[in-house]
Design a protein around this ligand. Structure first.
Ligand SMILES: [Zn+2]
Length: 62
């Protein structure tokens, strides 16, 4: 899965989620990860704080 982050809410989304901001300045591409947790961890490493996952596209099935 490809993930991006909403820069206003620090919410991680899977690419294609309808909750991703439309403006490029409001989002940032994170990369390809196997699961939302990895994307959140990577976002933390990139300096984002209070990162959370979108309950719509990242609701874990595990
Ligand atoms: Zn989402």
């Amino acid at each position: 899965m490809l993930y991006c982050i909403d820069l206003k809410t620090n919410q991680v989304h899977i690419l294609g989620c309808r909750h991703i901001p439309k403006k490029n300045v409001d989002k940032n591409f994170l990369g390809r990860f196997d699961n939302p947790n990895d994307a959140i961890t990577d976002a933390g490493l990139k300096g984002y704080t209070n990162v959370n996952s979108c309950s719509d596209c990242c609701s874990s099935s595990t």
